[in-house]
Design a protein around this ligand. Structure first.
Ligand code: 5AD
Ligand code: SF4
Length: 432
């Protein structure tokens, strides 16, 4: 979502004459887009700012001005603190307010005296209306926010506080954006939202469209070959979304975080479901697409997590068999309910549990990747990491490296998988 927001900031600033550069050296504006989801977010921002400050100071020696900004969820949560501790920062704004960047930049550089901008207002209702319709594609895959924010209030999570309540964009606006991206060569769209399967966009006729309906409408658009979405919540999983995976353009990949396999911990996390619901959902997906790749998120060492609770998580992982997953040590986040809970788990126990879980998940990833060896998979090429080499993704979201010509970049082709290093795949082009 942050990568998407950064792109949108570039789109908003383009009409003002700004364009993106690869390095901060010589830039007229530096925006640090930040994430607040896990530990040390604020410290990381200050150490990064310390490094970036040099570019502003260097420019000042040459009598050149550099605007420095902190954006995103750390800005949202700690705006005043950043402004106080980093006086060289000109603009601080949250993830809901960058649609007004032109106004903020005008004020910050104002001809009648420049003003420091601290903008952490919540305007989630019209955030998307303020963004330009024109999206500049950066390759054959495009990320599109369709939903933002969350009302779930999992006890460990800052998202409902930093990104606000759940909000769904209008389907027509999304489909127009997809068509504009398609015209620029985009073949794959990935719908984004903190809680994307809670999507319920109201169309011009006053009808509510589900994520599955949105995806099936997208599948009708010529030139779009692949549709993905992330991230989902088990409680919002609807049968029509599961069934949409029968459509050949809906990719056989699901990222469905469970966080813990222990019912006691799930309750303390306020996940609003038990482990059985997770098993039922995965079973339904596998009925529709037996080959579907399952991914998830896990938090280890949540307050009160016993050896047995952890074992329940390991057991869930063993039963599900993930193709990939993200796992984190629990870290208390400011303002969340869990941050006030007793039963804090010692750091060395968290470390040991995380290691054990990650060893299992890595083995499952290797197993998943190994079973694709020898298969011929449609691959969307999205980059040329080295001369004579192409990078692409399989339908299951595996990274594939192939020897091939750069002219195939941005195209879809069939690749025979020849090997894996556990994490990514090697393959060769199938000449049909
Ligand atoms: N501590 C550790 N991990 C967290 N996540 C969210 N909040 C926390 C936290 N306080 C993880 C969850 C979520 C992912 C985006 O980040 O697993 O799904
Ligand atoms: Fe955070 Fe996801 Fe829970 Fe919402 S559903 S509070 S975004 S972990």
């Amino acid at each position: 979502m942050n990568a998407y927001d950064s792109r949108k900031m570039a789109d908003v600033l383009a009409p003002m004459g700004y364009n993106e550069v690869d390095e901060p050296e010589g830039a007229d504006m530096i925006i640090l887009n930040t994430c607040h989801i896990r530990e040390k977010a604020t410290e990381k921002v200050f150490s990064e700012l310390g490094r970036l400050k040099k570019h502003k100071q260097d420019a000042e020696k040459e009598d050149r001005k550099v605007l420095m900004a902190v954006a995103g969820c750390v800005a949202q949560a700690e705006g005043d603190f950043i402004a106080e501790r980093a006086p060289y920062v000109d603009m601080v704004f949250g993830p809901q307010s960058f649609g007004t960047l032109p106004e903020m930049v005008a004020e910050a550089t104002g001809a009648y005296g420049k003003k420091r901008i601290i903008n952490t207002d919540f305007e989630e209702e019209d955030k998307f209306d303020k963004l330009p319709e024109e999206t500049i594609a950066t390759g054959p895959t495009a990320f599109l926010a369709v939903q933002e924010g969350c009302d779930k209030f999992c006890t460990f999570c800052v998202v409902p506080y930093t990104r606000g309540g759940e909000y769904s964009r209008r389907p027509e606006a999304i489909l127009d954006e997809v068509k504009a991206l398609r015209d620029q060569g985009v073949r794959e769209v990935s719908f984004l939202g903190q809680n994307v399967n809670a999507y319920h966009g109201l169309n011009a006729d006053g009808e509510t469209k589900s994520l599955a309906e949105l995806m099936l409408m997208t599948a009708e658009i010529d030139g779009i070959e692949r549709i993905r979405y992330t991230t989902s919540h088990p409680r919002d999983m609807q049968d029509d979304l599961i069934e949409s995976h029968a459509h050949p353009k809906v990719m056989p990949y699901l990222h469905l975080p469970v966080q813990s396999g222990s019912n006691k911990i799930l309750k303390a996390m306020n996940r609003k479901h038990e482990r059985d619901l997770y098993f039922e959902i995965i079973e339904k997906f596998r009925k529709v697409r037996p080959d579907i790749a399952i991914s998830g998120d896990f938090i280890i060492g949540f307050p009160g997590e016993t050896d047995q609770d952890f074992e329940d998580t390991m057991d869930l992982v063993r039963q599900i068999k993930y193709s990939s997953a993200y796992s984190f040590k629990y870290s208390p986040r400011p303002g969340t309910t869990a941050a006030k809970m007793g039963g804090i788990i010692r750091e060395d126990i968290k470390d040991a549990r995380l290691q054990e879980l990650q060893a299992l998940l890595n083995q499952q990833m290797r197993d998943f990747n190994e079973q694709t060896i020898g298969k011929e998979l449609p691959t969307l090429f999205d980059g040329t990491p080295r001369e004579g080499q192409l990078y692409g993704r399989s339908p299951y979201n595996q990274a594939i490296y192939v020897t091939g010509h750069p002219r195939l970049d941005g195209q879809m082709d069939t690749v025979r998988i020849t090997g894996t290093n556990g994490k990514s795949l090697m393959g060769e082009l199938v000449l049909l």
